[in-house]
Write a protein that binds this ligand. Sequence first.
Ligand SMILES: [Zn+2]
Length: 188
Amino acid sequence: MSDKVFLTFDDGPHATITPQLLDLLDQFNISAIFFCIGKHLDENQTLAQDLVKRGHLLGNHSYFHNQFSKQSLPAQITEIKKVNQLIAELAPKQGIIPFRAPQGRWTPLLMLWLIINRIPAIHWSVDSLDSRPLSVDAIEEQLLASVKGGDVVLFHDDGQLCCEVLEGLIPKWQAKGLDFGSLMSLWD
Ligand SMILES: [Zn+2]
């Protein structure tokens, strides 16, 4: 069990929010995984390449972010392969490309396919709730109380709240003795 906290950001990259978030993560020297929607990767390719240059990992979060359980398995696989191809072009040195299902809704058949194809399936252990209409203070308070070493924390970089929360929260987490890791180191 790791004593590190792992930060993950879903649904970007976003043309204006993701660059702010990258500056913030740089300040604290934290590497994260960005589970990108393929459509947004296509629209923000230079930003995605910058993200990789700055030490982060690109993850696959489907192409359209539709509910996978309403699609056939072949349709799910087509989307995953399309986004993996795009990530391989944007980050040729990355190697392994982790996957997170849209809305975190996994099906047994999809899990089986991912295992057979040796694609790491990454869920989260703590949801920051930053996609809900909550205040910065409310989110910060619950994350300060709940997050411990080994947690994988879900944020979204398609909305401003992730930056507003993390700016104040990271120093408070550090003051509690928490440290940050890169999930990549777990399968190196
Ligand atoms: Zn998502």
